[in-house]
Every structure is written in structure tokens, then in C-alpha cells.
Design a protein around this ligand. Structure first.
Ligand code: 9UX
Length: 71
């Protein structure tokens, strides 16, 4: 089954940041959809079950933003 992981993302200041992060998340194997909200600093990621959330955090970190799993 699919699961959803919420991330908090630090360092976003413009719409280009949003696109960059969504693209990075969608490139992670198993990710079905990623939606980033600039105003709230959150990302919602829908993905296959069992995906390690650290993989998502790392993908965001690699493009220059600080992501942490959020409740
Ligand atoms: Mo958004 Mo531009 O952080 O470097 S301001 S992509």
C-alpha cells in the first residue's frame, strides 16, 4: 500500500525552490507524488510503503535545503 510522509523544509524562499525540491523528491525511487508548500515550509510525499523517510530527507538535503520528517 502507499504511504504519505510529511517533511518540514528549511531554506525555501521562492517558487523555483519549490520546483527544485518537488523534482528531487519525485526522482526518488518509489515516490509517486510530491507537493511542496512554500508558505508553510512543508512537503507532502506519497510513496510506496516501506520507503525509509531518511531517503526523502537526503534527497532534499542534496539539492540544498534542510528537510526533517514532520508530524
Ligand atoms: Mo529559491 Mo533562487 O531559494 O536561488 S531563491 S531557488
Amino acid at each position: 500500500p502507499e504511504e504519505t510522509t510529511d517533511l518540514s523544509v528549511e531554506g525555501m524562499t521562492c517558487a523555483s525552490c519549490v520546483g527544485r525540491i518537488e523534482r528531487a523528491l519525485r526522482a526518488v525511487p518509489g515516490v509517486r507524488e510530491a507537493s511542496v508548500n512554500l508558505a508553510t515550509g512543508r512537503a507532502v510525499v506519497r510513496h510506496v510503503g516501506g520507503l525509509d523517510p531518511a531517503t526523502l530527507e537526503t534527497a532534499v538535503d542534496l539539492v540544498g535545503y534542510a528537510a526533517r520528517r514532520a508530524a
